[in-house]
Design a protein around this ligand. Structure first.
Ligand code: CP
Ligand code: NVA
Length: 334
């Protein structure tokens, strides 16, 4: 059956079939090639796109802006302090206003319920640009980067190490299960994914042939193709540094972990931003308080030949462009 995503929101990858995800990855590859050949397009010509961000962002924000502009769309950034949202106006009312003026809305915020409400009440496609529960546009870029590197997704051994309960872990688990990657989580049991997410992922894995395993043992990294980590403390939970440093210190991605994998061809991925040195205010604070030069990944690994983090960051733009073009764009203009 031919895939058609016109008019569809992207709130979580759970709502997308593996064929639909594949279609987005293929469209992203086409758009990436077009951009690298130096062509601007008009697949989003005349489309007004709202970028409603209640949390800070570098990559996601600029990816939406550049992707929209590259195809003739008109993005408008609306930060937390630019709107009445929350203080004077509800999500439902804001959704109904934005939906009358914009053709699509990207939303970054806290609860998944907010992005669901926006989609329900705006009447236009809404794209989840990160919530506490999910970060689906990031995982599209991650899958795209893995496919670029290895030529396929099925059967790839994927290891996520660190905070196994955050938006990235949830979305990578679902994305891997849907696309047939063998997903291993290495984390302390306190930070293993919630059972509802695990059950959903296991259901998807049964269809795709993916395997899912959870471990507290670093040796589970053996022979992996991909090592992925994320920050130990996500946006909105900044009071948790002390407990996370304590829990996750043994789960840092460092040279020892890379050696344990015994696979010279593996790649290291991270959604970014990353605390891999002391060149940030928080990085320096962590050093002073806990004596750590880096948190989730050492500078050596981050800067190593295994690292594909900046390819991954660029791919945010190509995959987000595919999501917008597929849902509100003119596919004949691609
Ligand atoms: N990876 C990611 O979402 O980065 P930003 O928070 O900078 O958008
Ligand atoms: N888990 C991180 C992802 C940032 C892209 C956070 O939510 O802060």
């Amino acid at each position: 059956m031919e895939v058609n995503l016109q008019g569809r929101s992207l709130l979580t990858l759970l709502d997308y079939s593996s064929a639909e995800i594949n279609y987005l990855l293929e469209l992203a590859a086409k758009l990436k090639e077009k951009k690298h050949r130096g062509f601007q397009g008009d697949a989003l010509k005349g489309k007004n796109i709202a970028l409603l961000f209640e949390k800070t962002s570098t990559r996601t924000r600029v990816a939406f802006v550049v992707a929209a502009r590259d195809e003739g769309g008109m993005p408008e950034f609306l930060g937390k302090n630019d709107l009445q949202l929350g203080d004077k106006e509800s999500i439902k009312d804001t959704a109904r206003v934005l939906g009358r003026l914009f053709d699509g809305i990207a939303y970054r915020g806290f609860d998944q319920k907010s992005v669901e409400l926006l989609a329900e009440y705006s009447g236009v496609p809404v794209w989840n640009a990160l919530t506490d529960q999910y970060h689906p546009t990031q995982v599209l870029a991650d899958l795209f980067t893995i496919k670029e590197e290895f030529g396929h997704l099925e059967g790839i051994k994927f290891t996520y190490i660190g905070d196994g309960r955050n938006n990235m872990a949830n979305s990578l688990l679902i994305g891997s299960a849907k696309m047939g990657l063998h997903f291993t989580l290495i984390a302390p049991e306190e930070l293993w994914p919630e059972s509802t997410i695990l059950d959903q992922a296991r259901g998807e894995a049964a269809k795709s042939g993916a395997k899912i395993s959870l471990s507290t043992d670093l040796d589970a990294v053996h022979s992996t193709n991909v090592i992925y980590t994320d920050v130990w403390v996500s946006m909105g939970e900044e009071d948790k540094f002390a407990e996370r440093v304590e829990l996750l210190k043994p789960y840092q991605v460092n040279e020892n972990l890379i050696r344990k994998a015994e696979n010279d061809q593996l790649i290291f991925l991270h959604c970014l931003p990353s605390f891999h040195n002391r060149e940030t205010i928080i990085g320096e604070k962590i050093y002073r308080e806990y004596g750590l030069e880096a948190m989730e990944v050492t500078d050596k690994v981050f800067e190593s030949r295994f690292s594909r983090v900046f390819e991954q960051a660029e791919n945010r733009m190509h995959t987000i462009k595919a999501v917008m073009v597929a849902s509100i764009g003119d596919l004949n203009a691609v």
